[in-house]
Write a protein of this length. Structure first.
Length: 381
């Protein structure tokens, strides 16, 4: 496609999913003059209040995706759990689809992903595939068991340490992974366009909420050695090139206690580990996604300054209409940028928004992120 094809032409981009990632994609789409239309099953999804177009429907249903896609110039995703067959058929009918359905097919299945890493000499933990719980035995332990499909945010992943844990094992097609002795969890976002141009974001460090298995907060840049930073970036580039992937790929990695960097898994879309790029990098991951899928020149991914991104998760014990307690205190802090996702009701650990904190140094952003975390609470009425 010639890049001039859509400037000023009411280019219609269809997005499968209408959650917070779509909402944040809308902002640079306005600046680049792209009409974005969202498909989501929830009538009150975060994108439902955006004016360009919102269709209520199931992105896993073949006919719904076909109907949604047929009059669009291009279809992209903000969630990978979609009807890939419909995307393949839309492509055959001449609708551009990016990322490619062939990549979604691999990435949706943690087993195929692991095989891809093994076949392409991409360092990742050792693994075996099993069809059901019956194939598990004490000799496999300790092990990380992951459902091949359908899991997200740590649901569908569990560590089986001893024979007693075997009773809780998932029963279905699973990946069994060697337990990595993790020093830090890292993420590198990488973008690639159809012309083969690649832009790699600096590595970020993720700090998980152990109870929710969700990212509590993130620090950018990661506090790792230059050598580890180079390995992480090289690895992300290797994955994107080996897949011949076009779009944004979030490469989640482990730094193990011996200093090795391993790929955990990838997401073929904008990612929670890149939200801080909206304020802290020259080009946000959302604008970069648009540039990559439309084969435009990629933007500069480098840092404007150090930052922290704090997820606003629904407080434990609260479910119902949402209240953001402490927002005025947060807004009164300098160099702090809240993003509320427009979800009307909260539940424990639901991702309701995030706040980015900028600073001169990692120590400063860490300090301010801690004080911010104790100022704000997402509760119900
Ligand atoms: P999801 O796709 O649901 O986010 P992940 O595969 O990223 O699941 O795993 C969730 C978390 O489980 C990781 O962030 C990490 O903390 C832990 N984990 C996953 N795989 C391993 C492993 N091989 N060794 C140790 N911990 C792991």
């Amino acid at each position: 496609m010639k890049t001039s094809a859509f400037y000023g032409k009411r280019f219609k981009l269809g997005v499968l999913g209408g959650g917070q990632l779509g909402r944040m994609l809308q902002q640079p789409a306005i600046s680049l003059d792209i009409d974005v239309h969202f498909l989501d099953p929830a009538p009150d999804a975060p994108c439902s209040t955006l004016s360009t177009g919102f269709v209520v429907g199931d992105f896993n249903d073949y006919q719904t995706v076909m109907d949604f896609g047929k009059d669009k110039d291009m279809i992209t995703i903000e969630i990978e759990n979609v009807n890939v067959k419909a995307l393949e058929d839309l492509e055959k009918q001449g609708v551009a689809v990016c990322p490619s359905p062939k990549h979604l097919h691999i990435i949706k299945d943690k087993g195929l992903q692991k095989q891809f890493y093994a076949n392409n000499n991409i360092p990742s933990s050792n693994f075996t595939l099993i069809e059901s719980k019956a194939a598990l035995s004490p000799t496999n332990l300790p092990v990380v068991q992951k459902l091949r499909t359908g899991g997200y945010d740590g649901k569908g992943v569990q560590v089986l340490m001893n024979e007693h844990d075997l009773a809780q094992a998932f029963d279905g097609p699973c990946v069994l992974e060697a337990l990595v002795d993790i020093e830090k969890e890292l993420s590198v976002i990488v973008a690639r366009n159809k012309s083969g141009e690649v832009a790699v974001y600096p590595t970020v460090e993720l700090v998980f909420n152990p109870e929710a298995n969700l990212v509590d907060f993130l620090l950018s840049p990661a506090s790792i050695t230059q050598e580890q930073e180079n390995s992480a970036k090289e690895l992300a580039m290797k994955v994107v090139e080996a897949m011949d992937f076009v779009g944004i790929l979030a490469v989640e990695m482990f730094l193990d206690k011996t200093g090795n960097v391993l790929v955990n898994e990838v997401a073929p879309r904008t990612h929670n580990s890149g939200h801080q790029t909206i304020e802290a990098n020259y080009t946000s991951q959302f604008e970069q996604h648009l540039r990559a899928i439309l084969n435009l020149p990629l933007g500069d991914p480098s840092l404007r300054c150090p930052s922290a991104m704090i997820n606003l998760l629904g407080e434990k014990g609260h479910a119902g209409p949402v209240v953001y307690e402490g927002m005025n205190e947060v807004l009164a802090m300098p160099k702090v940028y809240p993003h509320l996702y427009g979800k009307t009701s909260t539940k424990p650990f639901r991702k309701m928004g995030h706040v980015t904190v900028l600073g001169e140094s990692i120590d400063e952003v860490k300090r301010n992120a801690k004080s911010l975390q104790s100022s704000i609470r997402v509760i119900s009425e």
